[in-house]
Design a protein around this ligand. Structure first.
Ligand code: ADP
Length: 269
């Protein structure tokens, strides 16, 4: 699995062609082995979260992007399930409204950055401002094209201030998206998830792919890397994301803070 992880990382300034990546890829991992590895990863995540919370000096920010039905919600449900809710905050980013619209695009994002000790999960993010915004020409190219640099600078500021950032692009095929939309239409339990807008957005598939490729090339940095997760197989997606989160937290080398007093000397009735 470790070997696979390095293959999922987008090296800085690397031109990515998503057509060269197989969204069905499972990097040699077998489904029957994945359950046990996922279980171990979730256990480890819970221990690492405890350390992060206890240390309370740094935070982890997890960014999830992907086309509609790529599995952002499912990833949160399956991978974050063992975490202590007191130390996690999920923020979904929708079409900006009200106060959000009256500020620069990073305002609402900065406001949602996790406190020290916490894990913050962005379900969509500031990257929408170079994705949907670009695909639908919501601002001119002269505006969105400057945002890659602005985003890198913003993330650099966060990183220098104790926020470790890890970004996942969940990559599904167009056929897989159709399958998932069909399931939303056929399964009464899933009908609520279906929006007619999804079908309209699907017709912009190629424009989205191009926008994703540029986002990956421009904004995968050493400090805030992007990982492309082949996500047609949900079990592999969950496994890969959990593994990368464990490894990211481990590289932070978090340890328990020193007790405030010499605990061996404390007596009470
Ligand atoms: P989900 O994330 O589950 O798909 P919604 O169906 O409410 O949730 O979709 C949120 C929508 O908000 C998406 O279509 C997304 O592209 C859009 N959105 C998010 N951020 C922005 C933004 N900055 N500008 C325009 N649209 C945005």
């Amino acid at each position: 699995m470790d070997h696979a992880i390095s293959q999922l990382l987008v090296p800085p300034n690397q031109k990515i062609r998503l057509a060269d990546i197989d969204p069905d890829d499972t990097h040699g991992v077998k489904k029957e082995d994945s359950k046990e590895i996922l279980k171990q990863n979730l256990k480890r995540l819970s221990v690492l979260q405890y350390l992060l919370y206890a240390e309370a000096r740094r935070a982890l920010l997890v960014v999830l992007q992907g086309i509609d039905a790529a599995g952002k919600d499912g990833t949160i449900r399956h991978v974050m399930t063992g975490l202590n809710p007191q130390g996690v905050r999920v923020t979904p980013f929708k079409v900006p409204e009200g106060e959000e619209k009256r500020h620069d695009y990073l305002w609402r994002v900065h406001n949602a950055v996790p406190e020290y000790g916490q894990i913050g999960i962005f379900n969509r993010s500031h990257y929408e401002d170079v994705l949907v915004v670009r695909v639908h020409n919501l601002v001119p190219e002269s505006v969105w094209s400057e945002r890659y640099r602005q985003i890198n600078e913003f993330e650099r500021i966060l990183e220098e201030n104790g926020v470790t950032i890890v970004k996942f692009f969940l990559y599904i095929s167009k056929d897989e998206q159709a399958k998932r939309f069909r399931a939303r239409l056929d399964d009464k339990q899933k009908n609520w998830k279906f929006s007619p807008d999804d079908v309209k957005e699907r017709s912009y598939w190629d424009a989205y792919i191009k926008a994703f490729e540029d986002m990956l090339r421009e904004c995968s940095t050493r400090r805030a890397p992007w990982y492309v997760i082949p996500a047609n197989h949900k079990w592999f997606r969950n496994l890969a994301v959990s593994q990368i989160l464990v490894e990211t937290l481990e590289t932070m080398k978090i340890s328990l803070p020193k007790p405030a007093a010499d605990v061996s000397k404390i007596r009470f009735e």
